[in-house]
Design a protein. Sequence first.
Length: 375
Amino acid sequence: MHVLHVLKFSPPFGGGMVEHLSALGEAARARGDAITYAFPQRQPWFEELARHGEVLELPEILRPLRSGFRGRRRRLCRERSVDILHMHFSFALPLALALGPGSGTYPVVYHWHNVPRALLPGASTTPMHPLRFLARGLARLGDRRVICRHLTVSREIRDALLAHGWAAADKVEHCPNALGRLPVGKSAADADPVRDIVVGSVASFRPQKDHATLLRAFAGVLREFPSARLALVGDGPTRKASETLSRELGIEGRVSFLGILADPAAAYRTFDVFVLSTHYEGHPLALLEAMSHGLPVVATDLPSVREVVPEALREWLVPGRDPEALSRAISRLVRDRELRRNAGLLARKTVEEQFRMERWVEQVLGIYREVLTSR
């Protein structure tokens, strides 16, 4: 079996995406199968991924409906005897195949990492709004002509696809993200209680991540705990605005903007509390990473977050865009070391029992076998 992964996403740092693909490639090779990975732009982590399969730069991925993507894909599949196409991060990829000749030549697995934009709140005023109506028609075309399986990283995405008729129910598989090798050693919650408490977050600087609410909440934390520090890992278009806001709030001396780190694990080990103030998440991998380090987590109360955080820890989930509620939750954990430790231990146990990479790999490889058998 030879699977071609096509991803419209080439971030500077591969992170969890490369971890998932590497684990899948390693397991496939151990079974005598092969995986080829295609991305729109070359990145330094290509070398790491190449240990587990062939890695290709394919600029046509960026504009699949207007470039030579269909022809390039056809040649790649023929030259490498590809059996399955696994596509990610852009519904235009399978749609380009559905609109072209020979659409059913290769079975397609499409991986949904977020709810489609057309189905997000505010995307239209009614379910039968012209834009939603057109989107549903195109989705049904892709589902009927090309896609054999839809993989969704959260139940929220699965339910949205089914509720709006974007996919046939018997084709949808819930396939949550996972973690591979879990960190070892003591967590920050067991560190020296005398040092300053560090509140941390790992998230790209984009509007949906809402760093502004986190900064305003941390300003409230500092009123009670003036020695606390906030460490922000990540980069992106809203970073400058966030730096400006930290100065306006008068907290810039207690906030560190760390940028993109090649090894985020080093940052997690310095945190005492992890915070995710996002408006929306497909499946919060950073939250899983923090929990794997034994960190207590405070996050926005979202359906996808509830899939990760066990019921016993949901008291730390707060309404979105509410800096006062977020500040109160963080302050409770900063105030009580034993509370932090107990919450962190339960978080770690949840990851160990429910979100291991081995389970994810077996699920995906099993889906491949089902697809080939059904054809």
